[in-house]
Design a protein around this ligand. Structure first.
Ligand SMILES: Nc1ncnc2c1ncn2[C@@H]1O[C@H](COP(=O)(O)OP(=O)(O)OP(=O)(O)O)[C@@H](O)[C@H]1O
Length: 248
């Protein structure tokens, strides 16, 4: 799995990011190579979404840089999308009043490739997207994103609120896209156990920093020993002492 021998397609070097002048992400280094799925894990407020928004060009870096295909990138989201970076934000991004068909036609990948990836969508094409279940809506979102054959796919909490079976289906599609098309996937997830089941590597964020990293072989035990209870990352108390992990 993964093609880590090639250089990273997406790389964060010493990246700090946040809102106005306030950095909520501080000096992080992250790399995602073609064909690998990288999970960005961490409790609520760790800075995962801020990191993804900065990768996508929705927020400017406060320090450090986002590198895309080996060079620093400062273009806005729409330009990055044209250059092969697909971004699925946390909030549902289907147009609820439009049909499934029209939602798919809005994507630059078109209808046929999307339905080929998710044949489950075919009977739903005439339906309004707002009438779909949450899982079907996320399937539509993922189908539309993957149909564009992106170089990289950034996903924020794709699995939020979905049943395990549906999450499994979505993650299987991600694995296939990474393995067969070489898509580089950066996956922000609260459900660490699930994410580690599909990811090649992971980074654990806490309070704006990367506090640990590893690959799938040493994933769950390490993460579990730090923050995990019952398959979900604990929300730390504001005053709780910070454990001392060994960053790589
Ligand atoms: N628009 C905003 N303006 C100011 N601060 C923000 C904004 N969005 C997020 N923050 C703050 O930035 C910090 C990191 O938030 P972020 O959403 O990146 O974390 P997260 O790890 O994605 O959490 P979650 O899993 O809850 O989505 C938090 O303290 C949050 O309150």
């Amino acid at each position: 799995m993964g093609r880590a021998t090639e250089g990273p397609v997406l790389e964060l070097r010493g990246l700090s990011a946040g809102y106005d002048d306030l950095a909520v992400v501080r000096g992080i280094d992250v790399a995602v190579h073609p064909g690998e799925i990288v999970a960005l894990l961490g409790p609520n407020g760790a800075g995962k979404s801020t990191t993804l928004l900065t990768c996508a060009g929705e927020l400017p870096p406060l320090a450090g840089e986002v590198r895309w295909r080996g060079a620093p990138v400062t273009t806005p989201l729409h330009q990055r999308a044209r250059d092969g970076m697909a971004f699925v934000p946390e909030e549902r991004s289907v147009l609820m009043s439009m049909t499934v068909r029209d939602n798919l036609l809005l994507g630059s990948g078109g209808l046929a490739p999307a339905v080929a990836l998710f044949p489950e969508l075919e009977p739903l094409l005439p339906q309004r997207a707002g009438l779909l279940s949450g899982g079907e809506q996320q399937m539509l979102t993922l189908a539309r994103a993957l149909a564009t054959r992106p170089t990289a796919l950034l996903l924020d909490e794709l699995s939020l609120g979905l049943a395990p079976l549906v999450v499994g289906r979505l993650f299987d599609a991600l694995r296939t896209a990474a393995d067969e098309q070489g898509v580089a996937v950066l996956l922000v997830e609260q459900q660490a156990r699930r994410a580690l089941g599909v990811a090649d590597r992971w980074y654990l964020m806490r309070q704006g920093s990367i506090v640990a990293a590893g690959d799938s072989a040493d994933g769950i035990e390490t993460v579990e020993s730090m923050y995990l209870t019952d398959g979900r990352l604990d929300v730390p108390d504001a005053g709780a002492p910070v454990p001392s992990p060994t960053p790589r």
